[in-house]
Ligand binder design. Sequence first.
Ligand code: 5GP
Length: 205
Amino acid sequence: MIKERGLLIVLSGPSGVGKGTVRKELFSQPNTNYEYSISMTTRNPREGEVDGVDYFFKTRDEFEALIEQGGLLEHAEFVGNYYGTPIAYVNETLDAGRDVFLEIEVQGAAQIREKAPDALFIFLAPPSLTELKDRLVGRGTETADVISKRIATASEELEMMSLYDYVVENDEVTNACDRINAIIKAEHCRRERVEKRYLSMLRGE
Ligand code: 5GP
């Protein structure tokens, strides 16, 4: 029987929405059974961050050499630094039948959508529509200019959603995590995925 390939899970969303916090909470839960892909970056480590745990910290030259070699599944420049996903770990882990979880910004997610359309794309969205409206209009003290800038940002964020399979509102970290775990469970039951396994079994593979 062929071993089913793991699921590539991509969590992304606008900057400041809390992707990192949600990811850390997911991986602090004891029953999490997907693997975190540690990213590479050229930014400096923050206080308490450990090389090989939080990120693989690289120089720009090292990072660019890796891009040249095709060693990254995706990469993007974000606030003046490179971020990218090492491809070898992702492929080895998926081939071993384990799910891989990426927490990345939106440009990188768009690249994966092209390269791996069967991945699971989850968009972490800002709190709730009501809160969004409150934030946009503010307390009535914001200038029309500030409000229109906020609306423009929110509209861009909404447009980005169209690349994703699911949208999870980050109203509370634990709620967001519950929804993400439910989506991953459901995704494993998706007919297209399950059917492939049954058919290959019937073929005696
Ligand atoms: P930070 O510098 O705060 O750790 O991360 C900045 C942004 O980079 C966050 O939005 C984070 O999701 C994103 N990021 C982290 N790793 C990767 C990666 O491997 N690829 C891409 N495209 N973005 C990443």
